[in-house]
Write a protein that binds this ligand. Structure first.
Ligand code: KG4
Ligand code: ZN
Length: 347
């Protein structure tokens, strides 16, 4: 069993973890959210600088908490795509330096593969094939996980990602950044049936709707209109009811698509990943629907839903166990389809 030091700097968390196969030995996550909050979103240049300031101490802390000197590490893993290139470069440079200095194999990891394999931290026996519902700040997709490194996209969003929709609606409701946790909190005190909002269906040429694809921009516009109307009518702003109705619509829409997709493709497990996997509405709806359809639904532990390095270590362990390592010329890429992930490894 190999022990991997994993680094994640693709966005606004500087994260380092030590993973022994599917067991977390340590996980350090330094969030930049308080810094970016004042700008209402992530500022790439500030993110890179913050990663640079934090990365060395995060590595030292992760090793110390795992009680492992670097000499007891078998490989170094790092997120190399997709993400903010300047931010990715900080993690990649640190990982390459450790790999060269200590003569360790380097494993580049696709960020979304990390979110998929975060489910191993709640269910260590998880093995493909299964369906992954990926719902993060930048992605909303249904992925057929055939094997580690072998993916097929079955459904996706045509505009905003689920997390992005939460963040944008939170801004409309004058809540803080990131919006997902704020809306989730407010939704607890609101009535989810208070407002009927559009689900965002994608039409097909034959007049039917795409069973797995989604759209959230219409929903976001509907919330905007609602906010404007409510303000104009009486000025009283039922923010809890709007948050609850919005969350309910997103949760139902994702649940419907995930269940249809798993059923149609004969997959008995749905593994959810990405920041929106922390959402209480989605958890409730999907768990209830999965039970009804005799499907197993998995969510990562709450602290491993949003960005962290433990999930990167889990995905890296899968690749390392299959002999996949990356060249020292590994580059950071802002985009890389999950289906092309094997490009990261030397043949
Ligand atoms: O996976 P993640 O940490 O970063 C990306 O890879 O994008 O996801 C961040 C996203 C943000 O849009 C945030 O608002 C959303 O996840 N999020 C949530 C919740 N916690 C985080 N959305 C809904 N409910 C939550 N509880
Ligand atoms: Zn993420």
């Amino acid at each position: 069993m190999s022990t991997i030091l994993a680094i994640e700097t693709s966005c606004d968390e500087t994260a380092v973890a030590v993973i022994n196969n599917r067991t977390v030995c340590s996980s350090v996550v330094t969030s930049q959210i308080p810094i970016h909050k004042q700008y209402g979103g992530v500022v790439p240049e500030i993110a890179s600088r913050q990663h640079l300031e934090t990365i060395n101490s995060a590595i030292a802390l992760a090793l110390e908490q795992a009680q492992r000197p670097i000499t007891k590490i078998d490989a170094v893993a790092v997120t190399c795509a997709p993400g903010l290139v300047g931010a990715l470069m900080v993690g990649i440079s640190a990982a390459k330096t450790l790999a060269i200095l200590h003569n360790l194999p380097l494993i580049g990891v696709h960020h979304l593969e990390g979110h998929i394999y975060a489910n191993c931290l709640s269910e260590p026996s998880l093995e493909p094939p299964f369906l992954s519902l990926l719902v993060s700040g930048g992605h909303t997709s249904l992925i057929y996980v055939k094997d580690c490194g072998e993916y097929e996209t079955l459904g996706q969003t045509h505009d905003d990602a689920a997390g992005e929709a939460f963040d944008k609606v939170a801004r409309l409701l004058e809540l803080g950044y990131p919006g997902g946790p704020e809306i989730d909190k407010l939704a607890q005190i609101g009535n989810p049936q208070a407002f009927k909002l559009p689900e965002g269906k994608i039409s097909l040429a034959n007049g039917k709707f795409h069973p797995y694809d989604s759209s959230f921009s219409g929903l976001k516009t509907a919330v905007l209109r609602l906010v404007q109307k409510v303000k104009q009518d009486n000025g009283v702003f039922p923010v809890g009811d709007i948050a609850a109705s919005f969350q309910e619509t997103v949760a139902k829409s994702l649940t419907k698509r995930a269940i249809a997709c798993a059923t149609d493709f004969g997959l008995d497990t749905i593994a959810v990943g990405g920041g929106v996997a922390a959402n209480s509405g989605l958890r409730q709806h999907l768990q209830a629907a999965a039970k009804e359809h005799n499907l197993r639904v998995l969510f990562p532990p709450m602290k491993y839903c949003t960005d962290n390095a433990a999930m990167i270590g889990c995905a890296a362990a899968e690749h390392f166990n299959r002999g996949h390592t990356s060249p020292i010329t590994l580059a950071g890429r802002s985009r890389l389809p999950l289906t092309d992930v094997m490009q990261l490894y030397q043949q």
